[in-house]
Design a binder for this molecule. Structure first.
Ligand code: PHE
Length: 343
């Protein structure tokens, strides 16, 4: 039989073993488990140092065995708890770092070109293919460029055909020579002649303005493309040939063109040109003619040395016909249901 101290140590081992397991159970994460483990190892190790004080060999062995078991239980329990805790910590970290890779595609938000722009781009392509360069002029024009230089002095009756929108003059210069929204692209002819010397082979697309009430076939803002050729020895045959070449290139080989006598102050002689398919009706496209000598002079070109032709036609109505749009106003209401038909 051992002494009272031996029985006391056996109880202490049992209590320390239970306390060690309880300490681990109360530890939350891996860090807390590890530090609780270290504390409990130390308290069990402290009991080990007292084994030497047990006189009875059997009792010493018994206490040593009990202590070894308590340590082993503590280690096993700690291993299991650490494994479980580190697994749930890893899962939590993964969840915290996860990225939402769900892709939100927003269909049908891409813009497209308007049918007038589509027509304009194709027209320019065809004329560039025929050897023309592209020029542009301002939408706000002087009375000189829009009318006077085009052989329409202040009192000329042809001016009234262009329902002109004038701008409020802001100084004496503008009071003497009005500023307006250009009524056609023909003023760009003057600007091109003033800025480059012949030979000139240019097309001039752009927006034009007239004081018109909108209806199914008219808008106060619309688009034209102007053509100007100035060179030595240019004749009416060159004009007719160019219109015909354009007609076939733009509308197709089975289309043809015709010229009808007409009048414009800035061309002499003048003509209207029409196009039609093999069996279709004639479609009126625009005006043209040989550039009037006064207009060449206004552009700084000597009419004794150079001759030229010009043409101009509306683009909006071409787009309207091509896409069978019933009412030209539809093209400018910016209704997406309308616009999306022409992607
Ligand atoms: N500028 C004229 C119009 O707007 C068209 C035209 C251009 C006619 C060039 C002859 C030469 O109607």
């Amino acid at each position: 039989m051992g002494g009272a101290g031996d029985g006391h140590l056996r109880d202490e081992i049992a209590a320390a073993g239970a306390a060690a397991l309880a300490a681990l159970e109360g530890a939350g994460g891996t860090d807390a488990i590890r530090s609780a483990l270290a504390v409990q190892r130390r308290s069990l190790a402290a009991l080990k140092s007292r084994l030497g004080g047990i006189a009875d060999v059997e009792q010493r062995k018994e206490c040593g065995r009990l202590l070894g078991e308590a340590v082993a239980r503590l280690e096993r329990d700690a291993d299991a708890r650490l494994a479980a805790a580190s697994e749930s910590e890893r899962a939590a970290a993964v969840a915290a770092e996860a990225m939402d890779l769900t892709e939100h595609l927003q269909p049908a938000l891409f813009g497209t070109t308007h049918i007038v722009t589509q027509a304009l781009d194709r027209l320019v392509d065809v004329f560039v293919g025929l050897g023309f360069v592209v020029a542009e002029g301002p939408e706000i024009e002087t009375d000189f460029h829009n009318f006077e230089a085009l052989n329409m002095p202040a009192s000329h009756p042809a001016r009234s055909e262009f329902d002109t929108l004038f701008l409020e003059p802001v100084n004496d210069l503008q009071r003497r020579s009005p500023v307006l929204l250009r009524t056609h692209t023909s003023p760009v002819q003057i600007r091109v002649m003033q800025s480059v010397a012949p030979p000139i082979y240019a097309v001039m697309p752009g927006r034009v303005f007239r004081r018109d009430t909108p209806d199914a076939t008219h808008m106060p803002v619309f688009h034209q493309i102007e053509g100007l050729v100035v060179d030595r020895g240019i004749t009416f045959a060159d004009l007719a040939g160019t219109i015909e070449a354009f007609t076939k290139a733009f509308f197709g080989e089975d289309f043809t063109s015709r010229l009808r006598p007409s009048y414009f102050p800035f061309t002499e002689p003048s003509a209207e040109f029409d196009v039609r398919g093999r069996d279709g009706a004639w479609i009126e496209l625009g005006g043209c003619g040989m550039v009037h000598p006064d207009v060449l002079r206004a552009g700084g070109v000597d009419p004794e040395e150079f001759t030229g032709f010009a043409f101009g036609f509306g683009i909006d109505r071409m787009a309207k016909e091509r896409h069978a749009v019933a009412d030209i106003r539809e093209m400018y209401t910016n209704d997406l249901r309308f616009l999306r038909q022409f992607r």
